[in-house]
Design a protein around this ligand. Structure first.
Ligand SMILES: N[C@@H](CCC(=O)N[C@@H](CS)C(=O)NCC(=O)O)C(=O)O
Length: 204
């Protein structure tokens, strides 16, 4: 039997979480290796791009969360077969990658510098991307693509939950609600999805 090992940080979010949910949806047993930040620092030099997530398939290492997400999404039936719908799905996934590229440089900042950077982010790029994603949500209906749950919905759900959680200092917890209320409705829909519920029940 194929051995899958996914290595990511030890929290229920970020680039790794949609992949974990998709593995569970596919009914595939996988080794869910969760690193602390200290463990990551020790291993960082040995990682291909000094970053997580990393997937090993029978010992063969693959990186890039969205490539992994598409692969596992296909195994789980959570990626559109239709090329147009697949492009819609990829558009959403790519937009979240861009959002992270704007947020990540604020990690490590402190005090007034952090506050200024986060306020600029909230009023600037986050607003741009949340509005755009709200439009994409409206285009897709209940789901972003294919009229059903796909990896785009898992990606959006994980990030909406994070942005509304208060985990990011100086990012207003109601920013998503104000800029893209459709994403909040979407978060509620996806967290009620039987696939997502089953995954978190398995974690409880
Ligand atoms: N394009 C890569 C980005 C990977 C990435 O930046 N991962 C973050 C965690 S979500 C990371 O490992 N950060 C640690 C660091 O850069 O020190 C992907 O999608 O996998």
């Amino acid at each position: 039997m194929t051995h899958y090992k996914l290595t990511y940080f030890d929290f229920d979010g970020g680039r790794g979480e949609p992949i974990r949910i998709a593995f569970h949806a596919a009914g595939i047993d996988f080794e869910d290796e969760r690193l602390s930040f200290a463990e990551f620092s020790e291993r960082r030099g040995s990682l291909r791009f000094s970053a997580l997530p990393v997937l090993e398939i029978d010992g063969v290492v693959v990186t890039q969360s969205n490539a992994i997400g598409r692969y596992v999404g296909k195994l789980a039936g959570l990626y559109p077969e239709d090329d147009l719908q697949a492009m819609y799905c990829d558009e959403v996934v790519g937009a979240y990658e861009d959002i992270l590229h704007h947020i990540v440089p604020t990690f490590g900042l402190e005090g007034e510098e952090l506050q200024a950077a986060r306020e600029k982010l909230a009023d600037g790029w986050l607003t741009v991307f949340l509005r755009g994603l709200g439009e994409l949500k409206a285009r897709g209906g209940d789901y972003f693509a294919d009229g059903r749950l796909t990896i785009a919905d898992l990606k959006a759900f994980v990030h909406t939950r994070w942005l509304r959680s208060g985990a990011l200092d100086h990012i207003p917890v109601d920013l998503v609600d104000r800029m893209a209320p459709g994403l909040v409705e979407h978060q509620r829909l996806i967290e009620q999805n039987p696939i997502v519920q089953a995954y978190y029940a398995s974690r409880a």
